[in-house]
Design a protein. Structure first.
Length: 630
């Protein structure tokens, strides 16, 4: 009996020791041997990088470099835009990513570093970035951590999957975002804008003039509403509730609970989101079929099930849920962030705000924008492109070598994570020229090919086979948002605004979904009529000058001078209708008029109208321009 006990004890001890040895070997392989082997293969080809520490890799060094940068207090946040003074600094990548800047200067444009046991090949070389982005080999795909560590948030939808499963999803979803399909969504987008614009108008009326509004959060809510209607159709109210829960899940995971088995809140939210989506699916199956994104996903899931095309472990329900989650993240946060950056830049550069507003009002008149009108807005397109160049909403393009692969002149072993830093490439002087850090939308006037030596370096929506399927949707949504805001409001930056781009990690972990965030407040004033500000100033009459008695047909440069001089006898400042300055007099007369009398309201800037220097004409809360004799 005693011998049996000893034998059992030895067996248990042997099993425990065996298990310990297996665990030790596995951990040694994952934490030590595999990282060393991968780094050694790259080092043998001349790829260098900072030496990693055990377990943490280069994370401690990254934190140290970032802390040093913050302590210097030399970030662009202290730069304000003043005409004639210092402009907003757009060369922010070196301060937001100081470790990348330091390492690429020390080790070259392609280098390696580690985050924990993850080995990263960081690419800031334009030619190498082009080759990686255009690669169609199945040996290169999205990183595995996106569907494992981020499984609760992203699952195995179109953003995270690889191989045939990704190709099948792309084939289903991409056509729903083709230009012709997106055109049919414009009215829906315009309708979604109504509530936000009305809220802003009410706030302006309450304060009786200019209202300071934090726009970035309002734009997130708006973007969620737009994508909810596009995805869920008549079930969009349920869709908005689902997206609210997804955002709650996102916030919970941002607290560092990723991978912790005891994170009940993550599991609870994931289960709740799963049930909510399937409830919408059930309601949809019992009602009349709609032609929206959800319906396309439902039909695709059914076809995949019938044809046996679903990969192992992916049920039809999971296929539906994962792709609904992916559409939310692809179509919500990025568009809201980009719209915020566009408004910030238009507020900082009032001459471009005036040019775009002039274009919008010339094309739309008193009508709401439709798809054809939006397509005609060339100046607005230039502004959006330049905004996306300077402030791409997603900072990194990420890939993983699923098998050994040769890219350019480098043999990259399986298991390497590749990181393409978009902000550095899109502000690369060798690609864009010496004015690379300046806001110059006109650089895109003849297309990306003319703007940049390697067009693939402009990659706000990605490049190659993994290009964002919803880029046409995003561009149309941005145009709708900006055109409607510009047609109703004039705006400037809040005095409280400090330019400080934030690299926001929506999931606080290595190489996660990362967005370049902005918190921006604008001072808005309402424009009374949609057709009142066109070019130099097609302004609604708010003054002592009667446009009927002083017909624009009869008033030239001298006539306008007499009108204003006569009015100035009673008051130094007058509010005046400017129709004749654009529609009935020559451009030269309009320019001379503005040059002689100037236009100002608040902060004064210097720019050119029709080749003549003049002061800025800003729309006041009454929808008029105040003329000040100079």
């Amino acid at each position: 009996m005693e011998g049996e006990k000893i034998f059992i004890a030895k067996m248990i001890l042997s099993v425990a020791l065996g298990g310990f040895v297996v665990l030790f070997v596995h951990l040694y392989n994952v934490l030590v041997w595999k990282p060393r082997r991968l780094r050694s293969k790259l080092q043998s080809q001349g790829i260098r990088g900072p030496s990693p520490t055990f377990l943490y890799g280069n994370i401690p060094e990254i934190k140290r470099i970032q802390l040093q940068m913050r302590s210097k207090s030399t970030t662009p946040k202290d730069h304000r835009h003043h005409d004639g003074g210092g402009e907003i600094a757009h060369d922010w990548p070196a301060t937001v990513f100081p470790h990348i800047e330091q390492w690429r200067n020390e080790y070259g444009p392609t280098f390696m570093y580690s985050t924990g046991n993850m080995q990263v090949l960081c690419i800031t070389d334009p030619e190498m970035a082009k080759e990686v982005s255009l690669c169609t080999s199945s040996s290169l795909g999205k990183p595995s951590y996106l569907s494992t560590d981020r499984g609760a948030l992203l699952g195995q939808g179109i953003l995270t999957s690889n191989g045939p499963h990704w190709a099948h999803q792309r084939k289903i979803i991409a056509p729903e975002f083709y230009p012709e399909k997106v055109k049919g969504m414009v009215n829906q987008m315009v309708d979604s804008m109504t509530a936000m614009l009305k809220t802003w108008e009410n706030r302006i009326e309450i304060v009786g003039g200019n209202a300071e509004i934090r726009v970035d959060e309002d734009l997130r809510i708006l973007s969620a509403d737009i994508i909810s209607k596009a995805c869920f159709g008549s079930n969009y109210s349920q869709g908005e509730k689902i997206f609210l829960q997804l955002r709650a899940l996102q916030k919970v995971m941002s607290k560092g609970n990723i991978g912790v088995p005891g994170s009940r809140e993550i599991w609870r939210l994931e289960k709740e989101i799963y049930s909510m989506i399937l409830n919408v699916v059930k309601a949809r199956s019992e009602a009349k079929s709609e032609k929206d994104l959800l319906q396309m996903i439902l039909e695709a899931a059914k076809n995949c099930r019938d044809n046996g095309d679903l990969p192992p472990g992916i049920t039809p329900n999971k296929f539906i849920v994962d792709n609904c989650k992916n559409i939310y993240f692809a179509g919500h946060e990025t568009t809201a962030v980009s719209a915020s950056w566009c408004l910030m830049l238009l507020a900082a550069y009032p001459e471009w705000q005036a040019r775009v507003r002039s274009e919008v009002l010339e094309i739309c008149g008193k009508n709401l924008p439709d798809a054809d009108m939006l397509q005609s807005m060339k100046t607005l397109t230039l502004v959006i492109q330049e905004t996306l160049r300077l402030y791409p909403p997603v900072a990194f393009g990420v890939r993983e070598t699923l098998e050994d692969i040769n890219l350019k002149d480098i043999h990259i072993p399986k298991g390497i994570n590749i990181q393409i830093l978009k902000p550095i490439l899109q502000q690369h002087p060798d690609m864009w020229g010496p004015d690379v850090h300046q806001f110059k939308p006109e650089r895109f006037a003849h297309g990306t090919i003319a703007a940049c030596k390697i067009s693939q370096v402009f990659m706000p929506f990605g490049v190659g086979p993994r290009t964002c399927a919803g880029q046409h949707f995003a561009m149309i949504e941005l145009k709708v948002i900006l055109s409607l805001i510009l047609s109703k409001f004039s705006f400037s930056l809040s005095p409280k605004y400090r330019h400080s781009p934030v690299f926001r990690k929506n999931i606080k972990a290595n190489m996660s979904l990362r967005f370049l965030g902005i918190a921006v407040s604008l001072v808005l004033s309402k424009i009374s009529n949609s057709d009142q500000f066109n070019g130099i100033g097609q302004i609604q009459e708010q003054s002592k000058v009667n446009s009927e008695s002083n017909s624009c047909k009869d008033i030239g440069q001298r006539g306008w001078q007499q009108v204003v001089e006569s009015s100035h006898k009673e008051a130094p400042n007058i509010e005046i209708e400017m129709k004749a300055a654009t529609r009935c007099t020559s451009k030269e007369d309009a320019g001379l008029f503005l040059w002689r009398f100037g236009l100002c309201n608040g902060e004064i800037s210097r720019r050119r109208h029709y080749g003549v220097k003049c002061k800025r004409g800003a729309i006041n809360s009454k929808g008029a321009i105040t003329l000040v004799k100079v």
